[in-house]
Design a protein. Structure first.
Length: 222
């Protein structure tokens, strides 16, 4: 799918920014759009690392911020990943939206976030913000769960699951995008989220298996 194919479905300023970066969409991005990404459908995107999943989430977040004037939250599993995403999103989209990050100090409601459009948080921090009754939460329109397979993790999974449940209870009109490269039960997750499942095995670099012995690598098929 060509970026020009979605020109009429996203705000002009977002299209102009995307078109400067690339012209062709990757397979998982095309499949996500066909599955209803731009119509507000919930999606579970299960594709390999570096296949373009993050752009699917970015497209939903920025489109909904610009068109619906609602906030987006991007939930990450690690503080370091939150810092990385903040830097990336701020560099790409600061001309269109304001980006904020909050990954620590669970005793604070972080009132400054009320001025931000796209907010990057850990699951634990978002849970804390809900418990502190942050006033801006009611204005969330897009929820992104990065590394969604962690919902199966014995230590962190319950927090992620409870967070999603609380957000779905608190919010009336939202779009949720769950991203994962390794989730083992994507059909079950997509059913729970009332989401369309997007699967694809394309990756930018071919994955090969091999054995290294005495500083020599032997690749094999199968």
């Amino acid at each position: 799918m060509h970026v020009k194919d979605i020109k009429e479905n996203i705000p002009k300023e977002l299209f102009d920014l995307f078109y400067k970066r690339f012209s062709e969409l990757r397979p998982c991005q095309s499949k996500a759009i066909s599955a209803g990404l731009l119509e507000g459908k919930n999606l579970v995107v299960c594709t390999p690392t570096a296949s373009g999943k993050t752009l699917v989430a970015e497209l939903a977040c920025i489109k909904n911020i610009l068109e619906k004037k609602k906030k987006a939250i991007y939930v990450v599993p690690l503080k370091a990943l939150g810092t990385e995403k903040f830097k990336d999103f701020n560099e790409r989209y600061s001309s269109l939206i304001s980006v904020g990050v909050s990954t620590g100090d669970y005793d604070s409601a972080d009132s400054f976030l009320s001025e931000k459009d796209l907010i990057i948080v850990t699951a634990e921090k978002m849970d804390s913000l809900i418990r502190h009754r942050a006033s801006w939460i009611k204005n969330i329109g897009t929820i992104v769960i990065d590394e969604a397979h962690l919902i199966n993790d014995a230590s962190r999974g319950p927090t992620v699951e409870i967070l999603i449940t609380m957000l779905r209870t608190l919010l009336k009109d939202y779009q949720i995008i769950a991203l994962s490269a390794t989730i083992g039960n994507p059909q079950e997750l997509s059913s729970w989220l009332d989401a369309e499942l997007v699967e694809d095995d394309w990756r930018p670099v071919e994955l090969k298996k091999g054995i290294i012995y005495q500083n020599k690598v032997t690749f094999y098929d199968g």
